[in-house]
Design a protein around this ligand. Structure first.
Ligand SMILES: Nc1ncnc2c1ncn2[C@@H]1O[C@H](COP(=O)(O)OP(=O)(O)OP(=O)(O)O)[C@@H](O)[C@H]1O
Length: 248
């Protein structure tokens, strides 16, 4: 079995007496594409927020590789290698996609470069490579704010990958995307993740996407993990159907 990239041990967190994390134990293994499912309010986002430093667990630990990252500031955790797509602050909607990717690469290298001072020659090859990975080259010169939702989502993930993370977290990659576009988006995403051998975790409400693309699924209910394993098997579990699949 591949070694864990991320490990959560005994995470606990309550909000006004409601347990949002109730002894959460989870490993994300190197190279896997892991789905997190659960009904609204079951604690999925709380878990991601504890992994990225936006929330501090009352008890328990989070490890990235062998290093404990519990309670570290979000910026520090990001620098250590957890990237969360759809929360990338540096997306400039009035700039081209190519410029956005170059800015993300510059920020990874710890260089804050204003738009006017961006050293394009230093980043352009890598930026084109990243866009090609997601079949986005045709949109390199498109103003980011004008991209349709599906492409905008891929663009966000491209920016997250520009940071060369060890672990990529995706919040509902297909939400807001038309039924027709969902699978095209997922195919492009999967091709890019595989090419980079990226470890990724994604929260998803669409069970068809989970069955088709996830290597493994973890099921959340009332702050707890109630099932995990192969998506086809887990999604047949009567308890999962009753508590989650029927409820989303
Ligand atoms: N900052 C907060 N303050 C108070 N309560 C919170 C806070 N964040 C989450 N909660 C509560 O914790 C529980 C878990 O919420 P969380 O957002 O983690 O669920 P979720 O599974 O991500 O839901 P959804 O699918 O709707 O995004 C809920 O009862 C929610 O109301």
């Amino acid at each position: 079995m591949n070694k864990p990239v991320l490990r959560a041990e005994g995470l606990e967190l309550s909000f006004s007496g409601v347990k949002a994390a109730d002894n959460v134990n989870l490993e994300v293994r190197e190279g896997e594409f892991l789905a997190i499912i659960g009904s609204n309010g079951s604690g999925k986002t709380t878990f991601l927020n504890m992994c990225t430093g936006y929330l501090r667990p009352e008890s328990g630990k989070v490890y990235l590789g062998d290093a404990a990252i519990t309670g570290m500031a979000p910026r520090r955790i990001a620098r250590r290698g957890i990237a969360r797509a759809f929360q990338i602050p540096q997306l400039f909607t009035d700039q081209t996609l190519l410029t956005n990717v170059m800015l993300a690469i510059a920020s990874r290298r710890g260089i804050f470069q204003g738009l006017r001072r961006l050293d394009r020659t230093a980043y352009i090859d890598e930026a084109h490579e990243l866009l090609a990975l997601f079949s986005l080259e045709d949109h390199a010169e498109t103003i980011a704010g004008t991209l349709p939702e599906g492409l905008r989502k891929l663009a966000d993930i491209t920016l997250a990958l520009a940071l060369n993370p060890r672990l990529l977290l995706l919040d509902e990659p297909t939400s807001g995307v038309s039924a027709l576009e969902r699978f095209t988006l997922m195919e492009k995403l999967m091709a890019a993740l595989k090419a980079r051998q990226m470890t990724a975790l994604f929260v998803e409400h669409d069970m068809e996407i989970v069955t088709r693309y996830a290597d493994r699924v973890v099921v959340w209910d009332a702050g707890r993990i109630i099932a995990e394993g192969d998506p086809k098997q887990v999604l047949r579990d009567p308890q999962v159907i009753e508590r989650v699949v029927g409820a989303v």
